[in-house]
Design a protein around this ligand. Structure first.
Ligand code: XLS
Ligand code: NI
Ligand code: NI
Length: 442
């Protein structure tokens, strides 16, 4: 570190400022004004934006058909340590110029793995020391850390769910290290995304045993972190498939069932990703509602899929309607439980200007800020909340109330309804609701 000289990697960009809705400056915010109050919290407090280290600083745009065209001037140095320092300079320059307060990483995003676990650990400690200084210097915090348990060939049959105990133990050592650096950097949460925790074929898979192993592993990780003073929340990030044919953390409902079944629900919540929702043939709003209703909406990974091909394309968000519907659910359930909005999104392969990274994030951040304002207005100023409440008004008193309290039997229902001649058709008024939302968007 002694001989390390910092370089500027985005020399042509000054800190991004809020310039208001009329701004024509593409490197400014039109809606995201961090200190602006929306209800009783500032925009920054509501949204808690984070930059994802992997897509922004490691992803070179390569795909299965070709190598990466994206220039990454920070990717230089003759040792892993030098390269990691340069990359971290670029990352913190970017994050602080963008004006957000958080970042997220996988262990191996920060620095290349070594040949042995102890070499990897040494490297992680080295770069965590530097990260600590950078965090202080730029007032940036770690929203969550995680371990990459899916890229290395050793994890080709899974990590915690690998049929070989040796691999499970290796994953354990790696997670312990990742937890240690997350804690050393005051990480507020820790994520498990089960990339290869699933199966490619059932013909060679004992699903029950693998799921038991996954739960055992999560308990061990949680116990270790708690014992060492970690106060944050653990998040599970559901995804139905890719890279496996079937991932055990399929979607929000599946993961909630799993957490309850294995007694993990007190320490774990969900980190929901837009494109994972759509891959599971759900809307993002659906996943948010499933988690929110159970008080399990921890954090989100912001991106979008391509609605024609259905893949996990991890594009930056652009759709105000989708985000407004999402923010409505997020606000209705009281915001994120410990987490924030991590841009788990990447530039398109052919976006090769350095500044594209700024444009992508600015677009996403502004869109969330606007969606937050719109959703807040809908909830505070319109008839929306009242309409929704009234739709269930028959359960607020008398027999409906007794039904909710569990005080009625099936026979009681039959007695209550008699001949059924007082039934009326009550409109769901979907189009009215849709117009109501557009009234605030347009
Ligand atoms: C991949 C996941 C991954 C997690 C972190 O699809 O979204 O990036 O967020 O391991
Ligand atoms: Ni993803
Ligand atoms: Ni993700």
């Amino acid at each position: 570190m002694k001989n390390h000289t910092q370089k500027t990697h985005f020399p042509n960009v000054s800190p991004i400022q809020y310039k208001g809705p009329d701004s024509m400056d593409p490197l400014s915010y039109r809606f995201y004004d961090p200190n602006k109050k929306v209800g009783n919290k500032s925009m920054a407090e509501h949204l808690r934006f984070a930059v994802a280290y992997w897509h922004s600083f490691n992803g070179d745009g390569s795909d299965p058909f070709g190598w990466g065209p994206r220039p990454m001037p920070w990717n230089e140095g003759s040792t892993a340590e030098e390269r990691a320092l340069n990359k971290m300079d670029a990352a913190f320059e970017f994050i602080s110029k963008l004006g957000v307060s958080y970042y997220c990483f996988h262990d191996v995003d920060l620095i290349d793995e070594g040949d042995t676990l102890s070499e990897s650990r040494k490297r992680l400690d080295f770069i965590a020391d530097y990260a600590r200084k950078k965090q202080e210097e730029h007032q940036v915090k770690l929203l969550w850390g995680t371990a990459n348990l899916f890229s290395h060939p050793r994890y080709m049959n899974g990590a915690a769910t690998n049929p070989d105990f040796n691999v499970v133990a290796h994953a354990g050592a790696q997670v312990r290290n990742a937890l240690d650096i997350t804690m050393a950097l005051d990480g507020e949460n820790y994520v498990f995304w089960g990339g290869r925790e699933g199966y490619i074929s059932l013909i060679n898979t004992d699903m029950k045993r693998e799921k038991d192993h996954m739960a055992r592993f999560l308990h061990m990780a949680k116990d270790y972190a708690r014992k060492n003073g970690f106060k944050g929340t653990f998040f599970i990030e559901p995804k139905p498939a890719e890279p496996t044919k079937h991932q055990y953390d399929y979607d929000a409902a599946t993961v909630l069932g799993f957490l309850n079944e294995y007694d993990l629900a007190d320490d774990f919540k969900l980190n929901l990703e837009v494109n994972h929702a759509t891959l599971a043939l759900h809307t993002f709003e659906h996943e948010l509602a499933v988690a929110g209703a159970e008080g399990m909406l921890g954090s989100i990974d912001a991106n979008r899929g391509d609605y024609q091909n259905g893949w996990d394309t991890d594009q930056f968000p652009v759709d105000i309607y989708e985000l407004t519907r999402a923010m409505l659910v997020i606000l209705r359930y009281g915001g994120f439980q410990g987490g924030g909005i991590n841009f788990d999104a990447k530039l398109r392969r052919n976006s090769t200007d350095l500044n594209d990274l700024f444009h992508a994030h600015i677009g996403g951040i502004d869109l969330f800020a606007r969606a937050l304002e719109i959703a807040h207005q809908i909830l505070e100023e319109s008839e929306y909340s009242e309409l929704l409440k009234n739709r269930y008004a028959s359960f607020d008193s008398n027999d409906g109330k007794k039904f909710e309290e569990g005080a009625l039997s099936l026979e009681d229902l039959a007695t209550y309804i008699g001949e059924g001649d007082q039934l009326k058709l009550i409109s769901g008024r979907q189009e009215y609701y849709e117009n109501l939302i557009n009234r605030y968007i347009l």
